[in-house]
Design a protein around this ligand. Sequence first.
Ligand code: HEC
Ligand code: HEC
Length: 295
Amino acid sequence: MTLPAFLSRCLRPVRRPHPYRRRSSGDARSLPARNAAASSLALSLLLLSPLHAAPPSADSIAVRVQACTACHGEQGRATNHGYFPRIVGKPAGYLHAQLLNFRDGRRNNALMSGLVQHLSDDYLREIAEHFAAVDLPYPPPQTVGAPSALLARGEQLVRQGDPARDLPACAACHGAALVGVSPAIAGLLGLPRDYLNAQLGQWRTGQRRAAEPDCMARIAARLSAEDIGAVSAWLSSRRLPADTRPAEALPQALPEPCGSVGAQPQGVGPADGSDRRAGPDKIDGQAAPGKKVRP
Ligand code: HEC
Ligand code: HEC
């Protein structure tokens, strides 16, 4: 059996019907199914995540998503040394959208698509909410010793964009602190360099798509291969800020419309006018882009 087939078998018994939901109903008939699910997951745990400490109780969603840790790291916290993106702590709406994208063919990855292909919207939302709620420390930056000219170019594009090419700053949408904005925009720090390169490349070639209007597709189309290399190098060389939680809102409207952000009130900052939710005023001692344009 292939790894994805094995992993999706681990997910299947607990998918339909939701056994943990019936726990409070005291339905004794669900016990064998639950036990079977638990032992198959215990097996996957044993085989795939041997270093995991005390497993949580058998019927929780935490145990049902143990299969994910095989690739995404313990509790979904990837190290940043390989290709697999960390998934914990990302905005729930973003994670849910990605799981739907893999399932419905807007993102192409055979492993991921195979795992989620039979899962319902609601089930994927629960998985997304589970990972979004986990708060774990990040590993140190992956990229060290990249050429300073490359890093400077990357930083410039991320923080200021390139008005001459109508390229908005990445920070204008991903948040001044670059840790993302709830509910739908992912952070850009703590991701492997190869993963960043691949995602931007896939948007350029149409292999990754988001809801229309797909702002990332338009932005990636304006980036050269050198630009992509520079932003990926710089982003993967950054240390995370002290507060890694996604901002709850951007202090200004999106520079261009993004379908995946949709009808969310993304352009509205906190009602009290404070900057509390929108990340720090400064990153590495420099004014953060979002702060300049705040009313
Ligand atoms: C066999 C390895 C493997 C397993 C197991 C796996 N994933 Fe993935 N996952 C990947 C890879 C590789 C990618 C990046 C795909 C790409 O290049 O688009 C990915 C991407 C993702 C993303 C997108 C992350 C982002 O930042 O956009 C999410 C969300 C995700 N996986 C969730 C899960 C969940 C939930 C599970 C468990 C049900 C899981 N994965 C199990 C390999 C795996
Ligand atoms: C106009 C707003 C906007 C701008 C500007 C923007 N992004 Fe994005 N970005 C988004 C949205 C929205 C998503 C989520 C798309 C989805 O749902 O798949 C995203 C997702 C991403 C992802 C996927 C993250 C992951 O975990 O897979 C990467 C990488 C990314 N952006 C990089 C960049 C870079 C680099 C720049 C600057 C060159 C940039 N973005 C500028 C809106 C923007």
